[in-house]
Design a protein around this ligand. Structure first.
Ligand code: ZN
Length: 340
């Protein structure tokens, strides 16, 4: 599974440009599932026929950037796609996805040598940042293929840390994608399971909304990552989620403006964890939300829940998670489906 996670993490797929991820998932599930995609680009992988229809949703997109302007010196100005803390962007290596292929770049900044005292205390905003691809001028940038609207992603290799931890970019939500793939390979049920690699989650849960409408599932689980808070400077009341604590079952997120998980789904997930002796963590989230929020509100409403892999430093290029938590998330989702 580590090989799969590495491949998914190092692949690139910003909102609306998820092709590479869709291809990886398709290759993994070919022969096991009936695979199709829809007009939005959602990947739909169906296993079985009859019984209840269970939808699994893992968003394929990652937060990224888009070229909005190339200045006369060839520097690229960009917009952000998804929720960034601007400070995490500064001085990152990036990949610009041009019509002629991928070119490397860096998000440059003024060195401390050139800063005035008060500049050192200021957060540089994304709108003031620029990307240097070494073009020299706008004509050269054009020759490299750089065009307004090109996608830009983080360029960060996957790493294994000590104690079974892993680090990389886009764990949100390639870990969810990896869990979904493994569940589809392992689950044994008489129900119909439909795995959906959703598009454009990071900019408004868009693919989940349209795919759930088409599928009309009886029950749906979003598979995602949950923000762990087990590091210096974060209090337990901000996030009690920790690495090594097992899969996260969401009770509510987005301060209730996201999902309030239907009690039947929440309780069945907890029962499946208890029966399978899988350690789990309950989440009441303050900030973000997941695809389940859009799915729950589809048509007359869908029984929906969220199972997540606890992850540190979400929405940075150095997200950190635990291998055992990923494996246990797979186990929990399989146990839940098999118990339905
Ligand atoms: Zn996510």
């Amino acid at each position: 599974m580590i090989k799969l996670i590495k491949k998914l993490s190092e692949a690139h797929g910003v909102p609306g440009g998820e092709d590479e991820i869709r291809n990886i998932i398709t290759k993994e599930l070919e022969g096991i599932c009936e695979i199709s995609s829809d007009v939005m680009g959602n990947l739909v992988a169906k296993r079985g026929e009859g019984g209840k229809k269970i939808m699994l949703a893992a968003h394929m997109d990652e937060i990224g950037l888009m070229v909005r302007h190339i200045d006369e010196s060839g520097f690229i100005k960009f917009i952000t796609l998804g929720g960034f803390f601007d400070q995490t962007l500064l001085n990152q290596p990036v990949v610009v996805h041009t019509k002629f292929g991928r070119i490397p770049g860096v998000i440059g900044s003024k060195p401390p040598h050139l800063m005035e005292e008060k500049e050192r205390d200021k957060v540089v905003k994304a709108k003031d940042m620029f990307i240097d691809v070494g073009a020299g001028d706008s004509e050269a940038a054009k020759k490299l293929g750089v065009t307004v609207g090109d996608y830009i992603t983080f360029d960060m290799p996957f790493k294994e840390l000590k104690s079974g931890l892993i680090s990389g970019k886009s764990f949100d939500n390639r870990l969810g994608c990896a869990v979904m793939i493994e569940v589809m390979k392992k689950v044994k049920t008489n129900h119909t399971v439909v795995a959906v690699g959703t598009v454009q989650e990071e900019i408004g849960l868009k693919g989940a909304r349209t795919s759930a409408y088409t599928l009309e599932p009886d029950v749906a689980l979003a598979l995602d990552v949950a923000p762990a808070g087990d590091f210096p400077g974060t209090k337990p009341e901000e996030s009690r989620i920790k690495l090594g604590g097992g899969p996260v079952i969401t009770v509510a997120d987005g301060r209730g403006r996201g999902i309030i998980t239907h009690p039947s789904v929440r309780d069945s997930l907890i029962a499946a964890a208890d029966e399978g002796k899988i350690q789990y963590q309950l989440e009441v989230g303050d900030g973000g939300t997941t695809d389940a929020t859009a799915i729950q509100l589809t048509r007359g409403g869908v029984l929906s829940g969220v199972v997540s892999v606890p992850t540190r430093y979400i929405h940075t290029p150095v997200e950190v998670a635990g291998k055992k938590d990923v494996e246990d998330t797979v186990k929990l989702v399989v146990a839940y489906i098999e118990g339905l």
